[in-house]
Design a protein around this ligand. Structure first.
Ligand SMILES: [Zn+2]
Ligand SMILES: [Zn+2]
Ligand SMILES: [Zn+2]
Length: 360
């Protein structure tokens, strides 16, 4: 059980030690809740929506459709407002990934589902599997087409709080000639851990989440302050994937999904794996939606980059999907200090998520 007393502690991200989070659950730390989100657009079809069926001529050219062009369920198109574009097109776009580059790359939109307002947890498991299989296929094609690309990010913004400008459910792929800083840090730090410990840190964290008991001692008296019990961070466990609540979560309801057995590269994930990923994702998102109601979130797929400098990271990096629900607006303190403030203890959040009864 979680200690009912409020917590105030700085937690170091075990993977990227330069990142830390202030977990502060006292009531006075909670004035920053965002306005209640606008009700989700649950319409199935919207006449004026460029991503709805029948409006295919209102989007940039189609790149790929699944299962076929006329009766598609998933469709990839060029992004109308790409953050990266073709070579030598100096139109002054500033690229928000902390590194100034020449703006070369690809930016594509994946219309996740033909139904306008459907949420991830409402999609069929088989559909989710196909969606991740399409991410895989498209990322492979892009890497093959251009060897200057170092990293391809698949991500999703769902809801206006998460930056989705078009309400029709969609995700995006950005192919870049650089490795963005947050991923760079993860790959670099996990490589250093591997050099010292001869183990993948992600595998270690999964084992810890499943097996061990951790004890937190009082710095002064040496007395036990809190015991963290077995499985405390596990939100959902499948046959091949696990959803865990990170110990140093930046966002109140942040959840990471990882393959249980070591794998650095999402592109090498098998069909059977994707099937279990779809199941774990659907169940996790159902839990989230039940607990926070109408989750607005971002998810990012972090897989090993194709950069030469990371060619030795197959054993040290472990691909994962980071789900970051947006339930509050960052404060000046957070933006200014770079220290995230999390007002719900990750142990508590995991417990609430686990408590959702999925069988009803
Ligand atoms: Zn639509
Ligand atoms: Zn691993
Ligand atoms: Zn990551």
């Amino acid at each position: 059980m979680t200690n009912p007393d409020s917590i105030r502690e700085i937690r170091i991200n075990p993977i990227v030690p330069t990142e830390s989070v202030l977990v502060a659950t006292a009531r006075n730390m909670r004035p920053r809740k965002s306005e209640d989100p606008a009700p989700r657009d649950t319409r199935k079809h919207v006449e004026t929506c460029p991503f709805c069926k029948g409006n295919e001529d209102k989007t940039p050219p189609t790149i790929m459709t699944y299962p076929d062009e006329s009766d598609w369920e998933i469709r990839i198109v060029e992004n109308l407002y790409p953050v990266l574009g073709d070579d030598n097109r100096d139109d002054g776009l500033i690229f928000g990934l902390q590194q100034a580059i020449d703006g070369y790359g690809r930016h594509e939109v994946i219309i996740d589902h033909h139904q306008h307002g459907i949420a991830i947890h409402e999609m069929e498991q088989s559909h989710l599997k196909n969606l991740f299989s399409i991410y895989q296929e498209r990322i492979k094609q892009l890497y093959q087409a251009d060897d200057r690309l170092k990293f391809i990010l698949a991500f999703k913004n769902f809801g206006p709080a998460a930056g989705a400008s078009i309400p029709h459910t969609h995700s995006q792929i950005i192919a870049m000639p650089v490795v963005p800083e947050n991923l760079y840090n993860e790959v670099q730090c996990s490589r250093e851990y591997f050099k010292k410990q001869h183990r993948c840190i992600f595998c270690s964290l999964i084992d810890e989440a499943l097996t061990y008991e951790a004890t937190i001692y009082d710095r002064e008296s040496g007395e036990v302050r809190r015991k963290i019990s077995v499985g405390q961070y596990v939100v959902e466990r499948g046959e091949r994937f696990i959803a865990i609540k990170p110990f140093a979560s930046r966002f109140e309801w942040e959840i990471h999904i990882l393959p249980l057995s070591h794998q650095a590269d999402f592109l090498k994930t098998s069909e059977e794996d994707l099937d279990d990923l779809a199941r774990v994702l659907k169940r996790t998102m159902t839990r989230l939606d039940t607990v926070i109601g109408g989750a607005q979130y971002n998810y990012f797929l972090h897989s090993i980059p194709r950069a030469d400098e990371f060619s030795d990271c197959e054993s040290s990096f472990h691909w994962h999907l980071e789900i970051c629900p947006r339930t509050s607006i960052p404060t000046g303190f957070e933006l200014g200090s770079g220290l995230f403030v999390n007002t719900i203890s990750p142990e508590d959040a995991a417990e609430q998520l686990r408590a959702v009864n999925l069988e009803q």
